[in-house]
Structures are given as structure tokens and as C-alpha cells.
Design a protein around this ligand. Sequence first.
Ligand code: ZN
Length: 95
Amino acid sequence: MAGCGCGCNTEGEGGGPFSLGKELVEFVYNAHEGTVRDKPMARGSIEVTCQGCGSPFVMETYLAQCPECGGVHAVAPMNPVPENVQFAGKDYKLP
Ligand SMILES: [Zn+2]
């Protein structure tokens, strides 16, 4: 089982849609040559709590940053629910 559930077989370097933390963030960042990360979520935005500073914010795309602390969060496109949001870590900065 691989791929992100959208019909293609994109596989990141060592990461995948079931990765956790920074690996998932990097998977989403790189998925489909970077065309996934800025896409509005097909099922609508989700409300999440920043795993870095605890501030609530709304993720409208599969990869989003907390407006308070800049913490990078991502969610697997195939199951974008708040429980599946992964946090890259406090010191992580997007490439
Ligand atoms: Zn934050």
C-alpha cells in the first residue's frame, strides 16, 4: 500500500502518507512535485491546534503554518482530519 490515495503512486524519499511528524510534512511538501501542498482541502478546511504553541488555527491546505509561531503542520491528503495532522517540530523551517 503506497501512494497518497488520489490515484497516483507518488512516493517520497523515505516518507509516505503514513509517516509521522517531519517525515509526513516533507512527504506532503514534495508530493506531486509540490502541487499538493498549496491545494485547498477537498473536504474543506479543518480546525487544528498548533502542536508547537497550542494556538488554534485553520488549515485550509494540506500543508499549513501556525500564524502564531510559524510551526509547520501537514495532513495526509487521503484522510485530512485533525487527528491526522502532523507537526514538523519547533525548529523546522520549510526549505
Ligand atoms: Zn503555533
